[in-house]
Design a protein. Structure first.
Length: 155
């Protein structure tokens, strides 16, 4: 939308995209980390030891992706296929098994994981600068099939 000049205010766009690093005290101070996904629980526990805001940012990313998966499930035809490219990432020196967490979230949203493809990121044509100096070394392609309606509306 920014490139098409449909949203000229970049700051407004940054606060609305999945994976934003913006978080306000009023959002994360009252927040308590809750999830039934063991890998996400482990990441949040490690992050919250140093800074609650970081744990909240990671949680919000996965919750935004949960909403995305559930919405795609809603509009995708029965047995439709949905593919997502996911980078392995490190945040605040904590390695995040992003593709594993997203696969579990997708299952909650009614998808069945049909396959995962992994490749090393060698050529960084779209190397986006990251404020925490993390680099994505591997990409995972999750191939999912719409199996049923979502069964759970939380992480």
């Amino acid at each position: 939308m920014f490139w098409l000049d449909l949203m000229p205010d970049m700051a407004k766009l940054d606060g609305q995209v999945v994976g934003t690093s913006r978080a306000y005290v009023s959002e994360y101070r009252p927040w308590e980390p809750r999830t039934s996904i063991p890998e996400l629980k482990s990441v949040m526990t490690e992050l919250i030891e140093t800074e609650k805001k970081s744990a909240y940012i990671v949680y919000k990313y996965f919750d935004d992706m949960r909403r995305n998966f559930c919405e795609v499930n809603r509009v995708l035809k029965r047995n439709g296929v949905y593919c997502v490219v996911v980078g392995e990432n490190t945040f605040r020196k904590v390695r995040i098994p992003t593709y594993r967490i997203l696969a579990r979230i997708a299952e909650k949203c009614g998808f069945e994981l049909e396959g995962t493809f992994v490749y090393d990121v060698i050529n960084r044509h779209l190397d986006i600068p990251r404020w925490n100096d993390s680099r994505i070394e591997k990409d995972h392609i999750l191939v999912m099939r719409r199996h049923r309606k979502p069964t759970d509306d939380s992480l």
